[in-house]
Write a new protein. Structure first.
Length: 477
């Protein structure tokens, strides 16, 4: 099988199509199946390979370089899920077998002038990645309207194959590329193709600061003007209805999470991030540089000077580098237990901290005062406590005289209020209420010595024929 190197900014779909034509396959799908079978037959351990791995081993290219220079992943996966997640696109391709071939536009786009230039210089034309960006309707080099073809296998053939039947972007839509926000969006989206991924929390902090300066809402709830509302006001309705019809139909001041989520740490597409940057910044190059080169210290964290924590939590925090999720697995405890203890100790998760902040919090945790659990009493101590239970609760004197029948029942039932109620045929709340009024506790949980002393005290207690006190709410024994 012959393998040809990808051309500058050549889209992965077009490159696979060119490989298929060179090797005599009718479609890139047949090529992928053949490569997949070869890959699996030579693999020691069965593992579904990502599309890029099928050819990069033969091209002598690093998989990451191929993904960044020839796929749409840098645009669709602008941010990472977590702080510690690798910022490379290879992790996305590994978790999603066909992610590298992702193409969300409803057609394949090309520029006639680029086709002519390619045929003159190369003898054939190829599909450029930049032309496949959502919302891009003109060629950035020739400033001409793009052409497009609605064919499922369009990338299997060179663009020149479709020149005769391809449609052209309308003049009205192409002219909108001069709109300030759309023009900045076009530059920003093209710059996305050459960048690594940014942490979504840092991206959220950057967008929030920019939106706040414009007087826009920076929290997801409420009814103030949102980014999506301002976007509807700024962008032409024709462009919106063509490239983001859901946003065009959005009601005013209603949350549109696909766009407003960029300030809420949600995972949004490059379209949302690029449009937000284009809306909030007048300089596209400055916006992209700040967005991707932004130091990971946007979350200002105030640390306690001294913390008190359990030794097992201290060890787990340092071993797992401050990752609460990893700590819960390390300790074999629920995530809620770990989070609750660390919050009580005043120690934050180190996932969102930059290197300087992580160094500070790790030093604080290393120097933490260790919380010592109360020592469990020995069996002898427990036995001694059991033998003396209730001695301190024996009253010195009555608060008021006790009724005669209550005195008799108390002595007959060894101070158990439940048994007293049954013997007197009374509600237990009535018994409890009267005994509390006179100041005599239940001896149910007393040790034998305390019980005998209480019995002796009740035998000598003064009696009086008092009226019953009715109680509406039950009292605990």
């Amino acid at each position: 099988m012959f393998f040809v190197q990808p051309l500058p900014d050549e889209f992965v779909g077009g490159h696979f199509g060119r490989l298929g034509r060179v090797n005599g396959y009718n479609s890139s799908l047949q090529l992928i199946r053949e490569l997949d079978e070869c890959f699996r037959s030579g693999a020691k351990d069965w593992e579904p390979p990502s599309v890029d791995r099928l050819i990069t081993t033969h091209l002598g290219m690093e998989s990451e370089a191929y993904l960044q220079k020839h796929t749409m992943l840098p645009f669709y996966w602008v941010t990472t899920f977590e702080r510690e997640e690798p910022r490379k696109f290879e992790s996305v391709a590994k978790s999603r077998q066909r992610a590298a071939l992702k193409h969300e536009r409803d057609a394949a786009y090309f520029c006639d002038e680029c086709v002519k230039s390619d045929k003159r210089d190369l003898g054939f034309s190829y599909w450029r990645r930049f032309h496949q960006l959502p919302g891009v309707d003109t060629c950035s080099i020739h400033r001409t309207a793009l052409r497009y073809i609605h064919k499922q296998n369009a990338f299997d053939e060179p663009p020149q194959r479709w020149s005769a039947i391809a449609e052209t972007v309308s003049k009205e839509l192409a002219e909108l590329q001069c709109h300030p926000v759309i023009s900045r969006y076009t530059k920003i989206s093209s710059r996305f193709l050459n960048q690594q991924r940014q942490c979504r929390y840092v991206a959220s902090a950057f967008h929030s600061a920019s939106a706040r300066q414009m007087g826009l809402k920076v929290v997801l709830r409420g009814s103030a003007t949102r980014i999506s509302d301002r976007m509807q006001q700024e962008l032409p309705s024709l462009w919106l209805s063509t490239h983001w019809p859901e946003l065009a139909k959005k009601q005013e001041r209603v949350l549109f999470s696909a766009l407003d989520g960029v300030i809420g740490s949600q995972v949004c597409t490059g379209l949302a991030h690029a449009l937000t940057l284009a809306l909030c910044h007048d300089d596209a190059d400055y916006a992209v540089s700040k967005f991707f080169e932004l130091p990971l210290d946007q979350h200002k964290v105030s640390f306690p000077k001294k913390v008190i924590m359990r030794s097992d939590m201290q060890n787990a925090y340092l071993q797992c580098e401050g990752n609460f999720s990893a700590m819960s697995k390390f300790l074999e405890k629920d995530m809620s237990t770990v989070t609750r203890h660390m919050k009580k100790a005043g120690v934050p998760s180190a996932v969102l901290l930059n290197e300087a902040e992580r160094h500070v919090i790790f030093e604080i945790v290393r120097d933490a005062d260790i919380f010592v659990k109360p020592k469990h009493p020995s069996k002898e101590e427990l036995a001694l406590e059991k033998d003396s239970r209730g001695l301190s609760e024996i009253p010195k004197s009555l608060l008021m005289p006790i009724r005669p029948e209550m005195k008799v029942a108390f002595l007959a039932n060894q101070g158990d209020f439940s048994k007293m109620a049954k013997s007197l045929d009374l509600n237990i709340t009535t018994v409890i209420n009267h005994m509390r009024q006179v100041g005599i506790p239940s001896s149910r949980y007393f040790c034998e010595k305390a019980r005998q002393e209480l019995m002796e005290f009740v035998r000598e207690a003064e009696t009086a024929d008092l009226r019953w006190v009715r109680v509406k709410r039950p009292l605990k024994d």
